[in-house]
Write a protein that binds this ligand. Structure first.
Ligand SMILES: C=CC1=C(C)c2cc3[nH]c(cc4nc(cc5[nH]c(cc1n2)c(C)c5CCC(=O)O)C(CCC(=O)O)=C4C)c(C)c3C=C
Ligand SMILES: [Fe+2]
Length: 520
């Protein structure tokens, strides 16, 4: 049946948020970021001057990046900017460094970092415990750090029933491990095809195979050069940041690891292969509509609490917006000029997260007369519960209820060959950096990420973390900065103790009042 997407009888936007340069932005999308589009990869030629600029001290480099903490400053200074010259300059032949000379007799390892997911329904609660026990997800004031684990236990137990429902509906567990393993294998093959004989490891943050397990294997394999590659295209304190903080801790405590050369690719949302691979998938999915040009593209990114961006300087939002700009520019080159919008999904609890929220956006688009919508999950490269359940089931249903007649969804990248090949290029391009700044053990101990400067990011975050609202404390007990009085703390502590007792004994006032399951 021919599905007519219909012209959008959207009301005229009140602000100048429509983009004239290419596909029109649906109002709600933030103004187009000033983006240096030309941060695209030009191949794997390596420019010696660009990559081995080790005579600039790490601190000097960090301060170039971190001279300010505002997100807008950040958007102009991405943390991996020192990797960018490698991509931006196609090296002259005389300055090329051959891959072989970089590798020599080294044993190269690539460590893929990811979040992890429960493989069975029994895994759900302990997985949630690990997640909520992470101080990068729930931050307690220093005085109450000892409550981190009891609180994580409480939240994980209360949230588990709802999460289990979600995982049950997608087959009884997360597909994340399986997909990440497949990506690791494809990356390994691609590296070998490009003459880089590397081993690829998977280290998950909250479930098996844990990062610690991967590190043990790396040590057993006597890897001498390690490239750390978080599988999150955009950097967030809550994802890549958390994993890198953990790695930093592991490295600091281990003699072998401290002396092993390593580097980190903190984010890679601007890489040509990634952008092109996503544009390919979007173009292909648009073709399934009868009137592709009338489809509104709705990029849906995983959200983070607003305070992460506004108070802790998380670059996530700036990187996300720049990423969308790059994708739309790529589509424009292919004469695809659709209207589009960016929204954020998967918020947890009542604190404010990045807006607009995907559910509200879908309703709004329906009200504006949009008939055809293409959802594009953007912050993650594998299918997982938030694509398979939240987007495919919840948002689809909401869209159809809101008046949208034709719904489509772009698959996650998974093992898409252009994408994997580009990840392999990213690894190869980072090789000249491996260990370049770690001139001594002492220096290596100070920062896990000599050139990627994630240490700088974490330091900035750490310096402000006392101010950062913890999403969970705010959701449940109203722990705001204004509530930071001793009396308030004492009262909250008492409530916490009661809650912990309630969870551990299964009895108490919340059970009696039937309000225990307030985590959705
Ligand atoms: C870029 C991706 C992600 C960001 C940013 C992120 C932040 C973030 N997440 C939570 C809470 C939960 N996340 C959960 C699962 C989960 N989250 C991501 C990705 C990002 N999270 C993934 C890939 C997964 C795993 C999905 C799977 O298939 O297993 C969960 C558990 C699921 C559920 O109960 O909904 C929670 C809870 C917070 C609080 C946060 C930022 C502070
Ligand atoms: Fe999450």
């Amino acid at each position: 049946m021919m599905m007519n997407c219909g012209a959008m009888n959207a009301t005229t936007p009140s602000s100048a948020s429509w983009s004239a340069s290419h596909g029109s932005k649906i109002p709600m999308l933030l103004p187009r970021a000033i983006c240096s589009t030309h941060r695209m990869c030009c191949g794997s030629g390596v420019h010696v001057d660009a990559c081995v600029s080790t005579n600039v001290s790490r601190n000097a480099k960090d301060s170039m990046i971190w001279s300010g903490t505002s997100p807008s400053l950040y958007s102009k200074q991405p943390i991996n900017k020192f990797l960018l010259p490698l991509r931006a300059s196609v090296a002259s032949t005389s300055q090329d460094v051959t891959i072989a000379s970089l590798i020599g007799r080294e044993k190269i390892g690539v460590l893929l970092l990811n979040l992890g997911g429960p493989e069975t329904l029994e895994d759900v609660q302990p997985f949630l415990f690990n997640l909520f026990a992470d101080p990068d997800i729930i931050r307690l004031p220093r005085l109450f750090r000892f409550l981190q684990k009891p609180l994580a236990q409480f939240i994980s137990v209360t949230r588990a029933p709802k999460s289990k429902e979600g995982y049950a509906s997608i087959g009884g567990g997360s597909p994340l491990r399986h997909i990440t393993d497949a990506q690791a294998e494809e990356l390994r093959k691609s590296l070998w095809e490009k003459q880089v004989p590397a081993r690829v490891y998977v280290g998950m943050r909250y479930w098996h195979p844990f990062t610690e397990e991967a590190i043990q294997q790396i040590k057993r394999d006597r890897i001498t050069k390690l490239v750390v590659l978080p599988l999150y295209p955009q950097f967030s304190i809550s994802t890549s940041g958390s994993s890198l903080r953990l790695l930093e801790r592991i490295f600091r405590e281990d003699e072998y690891l401290v002396s092993m050369q390593h580097t980190v690719i903190p984010s890679w949302y601007q890489r040509e292969g990634y952008i092109k691979a996503l544009a390919n998938l979007i173009g292909k999915e648009l073709e399934t509509f009868d009137h592709p040009e009338q489809v509104v593209i709705c990029f849906s990114a995983h959200g983070v609490p607003l305070a992460y961006v506004e108070e802790a300087g998380d670059p996530y939002k700036a990187e996300m917006e720049e990423c969308i700009d790059l994708i739309m520019e790529e589509l424009e080159k292919r004469k695809i000029m659709n209207a589009y919008t960016l929204a954020y999904q998967s918020r947890v609890g009542p604190v404010e997260w990045l807006k607009p929220y995907t559910d509200e956006t879908i309703i709004e688009l329906g009200k504006r007369g949009v008939k055809c919508l293409l959802a594009v999950p953007i912050s993650f490269v594998s299918e997982h519960i938030e694509t398979l359940e939240e987007i495919d089931v919840e948002y689809k249903e909401l869209a159809l209820k809101s008046g949208i007649e034709k719904w489509g969804r772009v698959p996650a990248l998974g093992c898409e060959p252009t994408f994997i090949s580009d990840l392999a290029d990213a690894v190869i391009e980072s090789l000249p950096y491996v260990g370049a700044m770690a001139v001594s053990n002492i220096e290596a101990r100070q920062s896990l990420v000599p050139l990627g400067s994630v240490g700088g990011l974490l330091a900035v975050y750490d310096s402000r973390r006392r101010e950062l609202q913890s999403p969970v404390m705010v959701w449940e007990w109203g722990w705001t900065r204004s509530a930071e009085t001793w009396n308030g703390r004492a009262a909250m502590l008492a409530v916490l103790v009661l809650l912990v007792l309630e969870v551990t004994t299964g009895q108490g006032f919340l059970h009696q009042w039937g309000i225990l399951l307030f985590f959705h």
